[in-house]
Design a protein around this ligand. Structure first.
Ligand SMILES: [Zn+2]
Length: 439
């Protein structure tokens, strides 16, 4: 890809993706800048970080036989993870124009379309978006996928195929996002579809209980089904600015009283952000005490919520500061990518981090943690810190600090999954006379 730059320069991006995983030889990363601004050599062995030394010291001598990669000019970070995607809906923005731009309009546009999509179309779009994320540095994705009486298991089947095809490159968790209702007689077929999805290989139970006729019973039903399959649950608990659509206290009470032993995540939590401060403090404490994590999706909820207001529109972000202060795991996801729910998006967690800084008022380190360490914690994945023994899930990005990486979001990125390079993008900049520019 070649594109003009403002200075009359040109730049092109070269993207390389190694084919299949060969047994990874020990790899020494040389001269990488770490988030604390020191430079280090890092040895990766058998999928883990085997050693971290100040640049040019013990590392080189101890690992004379290792393959080497010069990371001078690159910032090395724990790889980001995507804790909330909808890979079944991605890249439909040109096909589907939602009437008003709000959530209900987007749902209507999507529901009218989704019964027509073929297996091949769904899996092709999903694979393309997963690849976009991988190139940005994401090595683990949690995607929701529609399940229910209208579409059966068609979307799950497509996503299972995509997960399998990308297995060497990234980890994918699939949440069976069941249609509502799931309560009462009317919900029987959706409950059955959800159980089929779990039996067929979905990772976690999902749904949108606040859209059910009986939201509290819907939450209980979904957690009971999750318990039957010893699976995590990740619910769209309250993706609305309606203060009355708020059932997080009941969710925490159920987890506490039933001693529910599996991980529970509350996604969006938009209504929580509209509650009075005493309620936010109390419910945040409940969530922390019961280990319920929260995923904020700033891009989609800035786009979808508050559209009826002509000015001073409320932000759809949840109560980030209060949740973090209470000790809740708070991660952030990109959610929708170029579909009726968000016409933009390119699968870059640095875009999500930038929104957390600008609209959520987190500092840059908190923002990156929300799309990396905290995202992995929400997904139940091992920590990916840059210390000996940690999983070698890494992103090298051409920047000198986390702040600069979020500000510039450079394309130049090298991605490591399970200790192996799985994606590399290099940008080459030229003057008009085709002289290559140094950085
Ligand atoms: Zn969602």
């Amino acid at each position: 890809m070649t594109r003009p730059t403002p200075e009359g320069e040109r730049e092109s991006e070269r993207h390389v993706q190694p084919e299949a995983p060969a047994p990874a030889a020990p790899l020494l990363l040389i001269g990488a800048t770490l988030p604390d601004a020191t430079t280090a050599d890092i040895l990766i062995e058998q999928g883990r970080i085997a050693g971290v030394w100040p640049e040019g010291t013990d590392g080189e001598a101890r690992t004379a036989a290792a393959d080497r990669l010069d990371l001078t000019g690159f910032l090395l970070l724990p790889a980001p993870a995507e804790p909330h995607a909808h890979l079944d809906k991605v890249l439909t923005a040109e096909l589907l124009r939602s009437a008003g731009g709000g959530l209900d309009d987007a749902v209507r546009a999507w529901y009218a379309y989704r019964a027509t999509a073929s297996h091949g179309e769904i899996s092709a779009r999903a694979a393309t978006a997963a690849q976009m994320m991988l190139e940005q540095g994401v090595t683990a994705i949690r995607t929701h996928v529609d399940v229910g009486t209208q579409t059966g298991q068609r979307y799950l089947t497509a996503l299972l195929d995509v997960r399998k095809s990308l297995l060497p490159l990234l980890e994918m968790q699939i949440v069976a996002f069941v249609d509502e209702p799931v309560t009462g007689l009317a919900g029987a077929n959706n409950r059955a579809a959800l159980r089929t999805a779990m039996a067929d290989g979905a990772t976690a139970v999902g749904g949108a209980p606040y859209r059910d006729a009986d939201p509290v019973e819907s939450q209980r039903t979904l957690l009971k089904i999750a318990a039957d399959y010893a699976a995590p649950a990740d619910l769209h608990t309250d993706e609305t600015l309606d203060p009355a659509a708020f059932f997080l206290a009941e969710l925490a009470a159920y987890v506490r009283e039933s001693e529910h032993p599996y991980k529970v995540t509350a996604s969006h939590c938009v209504s929580l952000g509209t509650q009075p401060d005493d309620v936010v403090r109390r419910v945040s404490a409940d969530l922390a005490a019961t280990g319920i994590a929260v995923v904020c999706c700033p891009a989609t909820n800035l786009y979808l919520q508050g559209r009826t207001r002509e000015h001073a529109a409320p932000r759809g972000l949840t109560a980030l500061r209060r949740l973090m202060a209470a000790g809740v795991h708070v991660a952030a996801g990109g959610d929708n990518i170029q579909d009726p729910f968000n016409p933009l998006g390119r699968g870059d967690p640095f875009d999500t981090a930038a929104l957390l800084v600008l609209a959520g008022h987190l500092d840059v380190d908190e923002a990156y943690a929300a799309v990396a360490d905290e995202a992995r914690a929400v997904m139940g994945l091992p920590e990916a810190r840059i210390v000996p023994g940690a999983a070698a899930e890494l992103l090298a990005i051409r920047a000198t600090s986390v702040r600069e990486a979020i500000a510039r979001r450079p394309a130049d990125r090298i991605v490591f999954h399970a200790g192996r390079m799985v994606s590399r993008t290099d940008t080459v900049r030229y003057r008009d006379d085709l002289t290559e520019l140094t950085r």
